[in-house]
Write a protein that binds this ligand. Structure first.
Ligand SMILES: Cc1cc2nc3c(=O)[nH]c(=O)nc-3n(C[C@H](O)[C@H](O)[C@H](O)COP(=O)(O)O)c2cc1C
Ligand SMILES: CC(C)CC(=O)C(=O)O
Length: 331
């Protein structure tokens, strides 16, 4: 892990209520997948190409992955994250503790809205309208959560509700209810995605795809992109590390739409490995929460700055291009 990210993590752990730290840090079950997401990067090595004479791209192929409840990490919550994002795309969680309109108003770059399709499609449509009115540039439909993951740390702490004064603000005043709970539903299907397609012209992404055939189905249903993700090891403790699932999805999609990877990205080198395996960009989840908890907006900015700096350095070392033939197993 990049040492600045490690420092921010340690500071976050020191300042956070241990219950909230465990909510952010924890995974599902025995946390096998949580650990494997990071370990998968250590199993791979890069063979740099030499004498290519390429300049170095200034782009940072990073998105901020959607994570819930930023005001548990810092009083400014999602406003601080949005301000820190700069030109980096912020995928704002439906479970944000600041309403999406305020998140977008605080951001200077693109904001995408992450959506859990609600079984009541009127509620889902109202959320989509909220995101559109706020000025979100895309919808990211999370599809890996037919039911809530069982997080043993939260169960042990009895952590089920936000503290008084905090709420999932996007769920306020929907369909005549003061504050709705976010529902997960195993009845959600591709048909719901098609219905979303009918109610909005926003580009639709799906997040949480691991099986290559689901990626093919997603392309067939007209998605703008696919996020290979196991929800940061928070849903099913039997799945592969995101990085290990990436190549087959990239092959199945065959360049028709961009493929983003999230899970376990902790350094510029990790970004380079994911790109070499065919990702167009990576998403980062927990490092942003650690930066936010440690130092608010400045902490999140530091996370992005250090990843940008490290990624550019690795890219220069690799000859400015990253392709799959450059990835080998570390024996
Ligand atoms: C505390 C926490 C809350 C999360 N909340 C959401 C969410 O509201 N919606 C969603 O689609 N994914 C959510 N995720 C998953 C992230 O979007 C992302 O897939 C994951 O964090 C990436 O792994 P990383 O934390 O190792 O970078 C959450 C993850 C964490 C750690
Ligand atoms: C509100 C929760 C459903 C957010 C989430 O996706 C998570 O904690 O992993």
């Amino acid at each position: 892990m990049n040492p600045v990210l490690a420092e921010l993590h340690d500071k976050a752990r020191a300042v956070l209520d241990p219950v909230h730290y465990d909510f952010f840090a924890g995974g599902v079950g025995d946390e096998v997948v949580l650990a494997d997401n990071e370990a998968a990067f250590r199993r791979l090595a890069l063979l740099p190409r030499v004498l290519r004479g390429n300049g170095i791209s200034q782009d940072l192929p990073v998105l901020i992955s959607p994570t819930a409840f930023h005001r548990l990490a810092h009083p400014d919550g999602e406003l601080a994250t949005a301000r820190a994002a700069g030109g980096t795309t912020l995928v704002s969680s439906m479970a944000s503790t600041v309403p999406i309109a305020e998140v977008v108003a605080a951001a200077t770059g693109p904001v995408w809205f992450q959506l859990y399709v609600q079984p009541d499609m009127d509620v889902t449509e109202a959320l989509v309208r909220r995101a559109e009115r706020a000025g979100c540039a895309a919808l990211v439909v999370t599809v890996d959560s037919p039911v809530f993951g069982r997080h043993r740390r939260d169960i042990a702490h009895g952590f089920h509700d936000l503290p008084a004064g905090l709420a999932a603000e996007n769920m306020r005043d929907l369909a005549g209810v003061a504050l709705r709970n976010i529902e997960m539903s195993p009845a959600v299907s591709w048909e719901h995605l098609d219905r979303l397609r009918d109610v909005t012209t926003l580009p639709l992404w799906v997040k949480g795809v691991l099986h290559p055939q689901d990626a093919v189905l997603a392309v067939g249903h007209g998605v703008a992109g696919v996020v290979v993700s196991n929800h940061g090891g928070r849903q099913l403790d039997l799945v592969p590390a995101s990085l290990d699932a990436l190549p087959a999805v990239v092959d199945a999609v065959a360049g028709r739409v961009p493929v983003v990877l999230d899970g376990g990205v902790r350094s510029g080198g990790d970004i380079a490995l994911a790109l070499a395996l065919g990702a167009s960009a990576v998403g980062i989840g927990r490092p942003v929460l650690w930066g936010l908890a440690a130092d608010g907006e400045q902490g999140v900015r530091r996370v992005l700055d250090v990843l940008r700096d490290e990624y550019r350095h690795v890219l220069a070392m690799c000859g400015g291009e990253l392709t799959r033939d450059m990835v080998v197993a570390r024996c």
